[in-house]
Design a protein around this ligand. Structure first.
Ligand SMILES: Nc1ncnc2c1ncn2[C@@H]1O[C@H](COP(=O)(O)OP(=O)(O)O)[C@@H](O)[C@H]1O
Ligand SMILES: [Mg+2]
Length: 472
């Protein structure tokens, strides 16, 4: 455990179910492991954060990846007990964006007034305030230090900005999104600049604001991609589409050494049922909604399920998604995606073998990536291949929205070795996760966000683009 200037806040939040991942932090152990590991990466030409969740398959010993999270993810404090590095990168990206927009004078003052926005998980599922609030606080301090003489003020999402040059606005996704608009709001073409009232938004910490802005009709979605919004202010801005597209994430694993999982995308309920039925020929299938986090709507179907049973699971994926994200979220729940079920090696506890995954953080700035293992998350209950389909606690290891959390440090060599990750393998994995980040950044920079042909996308957005009836 690391002492912290945010002790009081963390004590208060501990009583409200915080997972207290910061307790895993140990600066000396991190230094002994050489974490964070530094990589030279000329392709990465801006700032960002990704969290790659990996595991080792019980039957083949291969490493696979459940999901890559963007900076909506947490865990950056599990290394040393604080998120100082991440807050520093976020603050430096903000300065870069101010420069890019011509809002930073040579004397280091800011032209006009601007906002930065920092959104956390919906309150109903939020268990990581002990990381989030201290990080935003450090961010505001760091920004103040980089811009001496500029007034920086912290604001709750419900709290209007005053006369400060930089308002650092924080709150849950719906509350933060509620004060944002895309400008200009009428007429075309739009520059897509995000505004907080009349203030340009010069930093956005959480890509999950985009589905919320889409749900409330402020941002358009075309074929699963967010459109008409300038993404440059987002942390890891080139990756905002790929962090919501779990199929694309698998394709980008090619060549990293992490084996991509078999998967499909379905754009309607019927298509999802058919695709799931076909998929079951090869084993259990995990269904997931688009643009979600916190395990919401993630369900499993096993071979032998009837079409009615599959349809019920598909409906429940959609229902749970809409229940969490609210009216209008039907717009972002598709495509529904299916994945091969990844049964991990077991982590032995007194009651049996638990499934697990390991989160790896890649924090980057222009030219350099910093990677380290964050934590191992164990499922609350031991795995039983017969009954797991009816019991999420046997196979879903993520921490949001639940009571029990079993976490182990990503620097616990004995725990990692027990599940098949000896230290040299962890090293290889850090490398693989940085390679994934390069692949994703590079593909996005070339305009290849991987959702099919240009013509198909245009047609999905605009039925007139390629009028079928003309060829009938
Ligand atoms: N293909 C899979 N095989 C087995 N378990 C999975 C698979 N995908 C996800 N899970 C389990 O479900 C959890 C939630 O899925 P994930 O894709 O990470 O959703 P979220 O974005 O909501 O966190 C994961 O942490 C993992 O425990
Ligand atoms: Mg997850």
């Amino acid at each position: 455990m690391t002492s912290s200037e945010h002790e009081l806040l963390r004590i208060a939040l501990a009583g409200a179910g915080d997972i207290e991942e910061w307790r895993l932090g140990d600066a000396e152990l991190a230094a002994a492991h050489g974490y964070p590991r530094r990589f030279d990466v000329p392709v990465l030409d801006d700032y960002g954060t990704v969290f790659v969740d990996v595991t080792v398959l019980a039957d083949t010993g291969e490493v696979v990846c459940h999901e890559v999270n963007g900076p909506n993810g947490v865990g950056s404090d599990a290394l040393t007990g604080d998120s100082e590095l991440r807050a520093d990168l976020e603050a430096r990206q903000t300065i870069r964006q101010l420069r890019r927009l011509g809002l930073l004078h040579d004397d280091g003052t800011v032209r006009g007034r601007v906002s930065t926005v920092h959104a956390h998980q919906h309150w109903s599922a939020f268990r990581t305030g002990g990381e989030f609030f201290p990080r935003v606080d450090r961010y505001a301090d760091r920004l103040g230090a980089l811009l001496p003489g500029v007034s920086v003020r912290r604001r709750a999402a419900a709290d209007p900005a005053g006369d400060e040059a930089i308002a650092v606005v924080m709150g849950d996704v719906p509350a933060v999104a509620a004060r944002l608009d895309v400008h200009p709001t009428t007429g075309a073409p739009t520059t897509g600049e995000l505004r907080d009232g009349d203030r340009p938004v010069v930093f956005v910490g959480n890509p999950n604001l985009l589905p919320e802005l889409a749900r409330t009709g402020k941002v358009r979605v075309g074929r699963g991609r967010f459109e008409g919004v300038d993404r440059r202010a987002f942390h890891g801005w080139r990756l905002v589409n790929v962090v919501h597209d779990k199929s694309r994430q698998q394709a980008l694993l090619h060549g990293t050494g992490i084996r991509p999982l078999a998967h499909f995308s379905a754009w309607s309920r019927d298509e999802a049922v058919t695709a799931t039925r076909d998929f079951l020929a090869n084993g259990p299938c995990v269904l997931k909604p688009n643009a979600a986090s916190g395990g919401v709507g993630v369900e499993v179907v096993v071979p032998g399920a009837s079409d009615d049973e599959i349809a019920r699971v598909v409906d429940s994926v959609i229902d749970r998604y809409v229940a969490k994200y609210g009216e209008g979220s039907e717009a972002t729940v598709f495509p529904l995606r299916g994945f091969e079920f990844a049964r991990s090696t077991g982590y032995p506890l007194d009651d049996g073998e638990h499934l697990w995954d390991l989160r790896i953080a890649v924090l980057f700035e222009p030219g350099v990536a910093h990677a380290f293992p964050v934590s191992m998350r164990l499922t609350p209950k031991p795995f039983d291949p017969v009954s797991f389909v009816h019991d999420r606690d046997q196979w879903v290891s993520n921490v949001s929205g639940r009571q029990v959390t079993l976490l182990k440090s990503g620097m616990d060599d004995a725990a990692l070795t027990a599940v098949g990750l000896a230290p040299d393998r962890v090293d290889t994995l850090l490398d693989a996760c940085v390679t994934w980040t390069i692949n994703a950044w590079d593909a996005s920079a070339r305009g290849d966000e991987g959702l099919g042909a240009y013509e198909d996308d245009r047609e999905a957005l605009d039925p007139e683009f390629y009028p079928r009836e003309r060829w009938a």
